[in-house]
Design a protein around this ligand. Structure first.
Ligand SMILES: CC(C)(COP(=O)(O)OP(=O)(O)OC[C@H]1O[C@@H](n2cnc3c(N)ncnc32)[C@H](O)[C@@H]1OP(=O)(O)O)[C@@H](O)C(=O)NCCC(=O)NCCS
Length: 175
């Protein structure tokens, strides 16, 4: 059975693998390869997470994993602050292992993050997604609507969405 729980430092190897493989699955073929950093491997990502794990969790950020039999299948990172005025929290990253896509893991990770943010009385959440990411429709599927666009690194155009999710407003920002 898949469990959804707070990440612990021992998850860093799994988190590195999930983030890098999910990101590559989204962007290879969708954007020019010069924008993809192939030196960013699961091992490099895991080492970065391990280094900053305690400092990041101390700042009240949310790190949740989907786990089955001690294997990390998905990961969400949310912050109790946001860049866009009117939003109280943001999702900084959401990743599911490619071989586990379309099994409800992404939806559940967002649901768990929203529940925890509501417990903290934070009622609006923005989510960013690069325009070229073929998974933008995932957020629309959850009820997201675009709330704006902005320029991002390398001059790419971004968009912002807003999602109504139960009694919590979830903003979905495509960056
Ligand atoms: C986007 C991502 C997190 C979705 O996770 P997932 O576990 O596959 O999504 P779920 O199974 O929970 O899907 C929830 C709903 O969205 C739909 N959905 C999922 N991916 C979709 C996509 N790419 N396009 C359209 N709809 C999608 C599902 O069909 C499902 O709809 P349903 O409830 O009507 O059946 C995953 O594809 C991923 O990690 N992608 C690579 C990284 C990425 O792009 N992250 C998000 C951008 S920041």
């Amino acid at each position: 059975m898949i469990k959804f729980r707070d990440a612990i430092i021992e998850d860093c190897d799994g988190i590195g693998l999930v983030i890098v493989s999910a990101s590559h699955s989204a962007f290879i073929g969708a954007i020019p390869e010069e924008f993809i950093d192939f030196t960013w491997t699961p091992e490099v990502s895991a080492a970065n997470w391990r280094k900053s794990f305690e400092e990041n969790t101390d700042r009240g950020q949310l790190f949740l994993v989907a786990e089955e039999n001690h294997r990390v299948l998905g990961f969400i990172w949310a912050k109790p602050w946001a860049e866009t005025a009117g939003y109280e929290a943001c999702v900084q990253g959401l990743y599911v292992l490619p071989s586990f896509h379309r099994r409800g893991i992404g939806r559940n990770l967002i649901g768990c993050a929203v529940k925890e943010l509501m417990r903290r009385n934070l009622k609006s959440l923005e989510i960013g997604c690069v325009v070229e990411n073929p998974n933008c429709d995932f957020y629309r599927q959850l009820g997201g609507v675009e709330i704006g666009r902005r320029l991002f690194l390398a001059g790419r155009i971004c968009r912002y969405c807003r999602v109504a999710n139960g009694s919590t407003e979830v903003g979905s920002r495509t960056n």
